[in-house]
Design a binder for this molecule. Structure first.
Ligand code: AP5
Ligand code: MG
Length: 205
């Protein structure tokens, strides 16, 4: 099993690059943002509660997202690897994830942190907001709150993984294909260090 975190601020390309990684490596995608939006669409109690935070650009409470991730990990015992997108977003979430993976005799193997200047993030999100229907893309004020949440609460997670020597920074400006090839280089290198063939279903932890 291979566990990868795609890390970065709102609009840095986590979702876009996750899709390309899944297509290439057949890992399982775990995006807490997508899971929460699905709950909102189905108007579940969890979704209605989460919406209050998401509409103003704030993080949803840790216990909510940790429980969602825990359920998804349990539901997919045969996954050959997971891509965590938008999770963990606080140090408490990172610590909880380490514990959940340890229970499954595995761990995080690589953290790739997408680097994009703030003005480019805002440009990308405002552009997407014209068509996405995402309430949190609609106004520059909310986008700036999301970015502030990232710097205040999420960026310490990078230090958490840097201390574990798992963090690599990736320049994420350029075409989508250029960014993907930078990510692929790091993933292939790590897979080969772990003696996992990129396209095999190896079961080493
Ligand atoms: P979430 O859904 O995770 O959103 P986010 O991280 O704020 O940002 P995005 O998903 O919008 O950006 P992305 O990095 O995926 O970029 P994308 O590929 O889409 O979270 C939403 C909310 O849910 C949070 O605010 C919070 O309330 C809650 N939440 C979620 N997880 C949580 C957690 N763990 N804890 C607590 N709360 C949580 O790309 C963006 C745009 O840029 C797209 O239009 C794309 O086409 C374009 N683009 C991508 N790459 C490029 C490129 N190279 N050049 C030009 N444009 C590009
Ligand atoms: Mg996303």
């Amino acid at each position: 099993m291979f566990n990868l975190i795609l890390f970065g601020p709102p609009g840095s390309g986590k979702g876009t690059q996750s899709q390309l990684i899944i297509d290439h490596y057949q890992f399982t995608h775990l995006s807490t943002g997508d899971m929460l939006r699905n709950e909102i669409e189905r108007q579940t109690p969890l979704g209605l509660e989460a919406k209050k935070f998401m509409d103003r650009g704030a993080l949803v409470p840790d216990e909510v997202v940790i429980a969602m991730i825990s359920n998804r990990l349990d539901a997919q015992p045969d996954a050959k690897g997971f891509i965590f997108d938008g999770f963990p977003r606080t140090t408490a979430q990172a610590q909880a994830l380490d514990k959940l993976l340890a229970l499954k005799s595995t761990a995080i193997h690589l953290v790739l942190s997408l680097q994009v200047p703030e003005e480019e993030l805002i440009k990308r999100l405002l552009l997407r907001g014209q068509t996405s229907g995402r309430s949190d893309d609609a106004s520059e004020t909310v986008i700036r709150v999301r970015i502030a949440e990232y710097y205040n609460k999420t960026s310490p997670v990078a230090d958490y993984y840097a201390r574990q020597h798992k963090l690599h920074q990736i320049q994420a400006v350029g075409t989508i294909e250029e960014v993907f090839s930078r990510l692929k280089e790091k993933i292939d290198k790590r897979l080969s260090e772990l003696s996992l063939h990129p396209l095999s279903s190896g079961s080493r932890s």
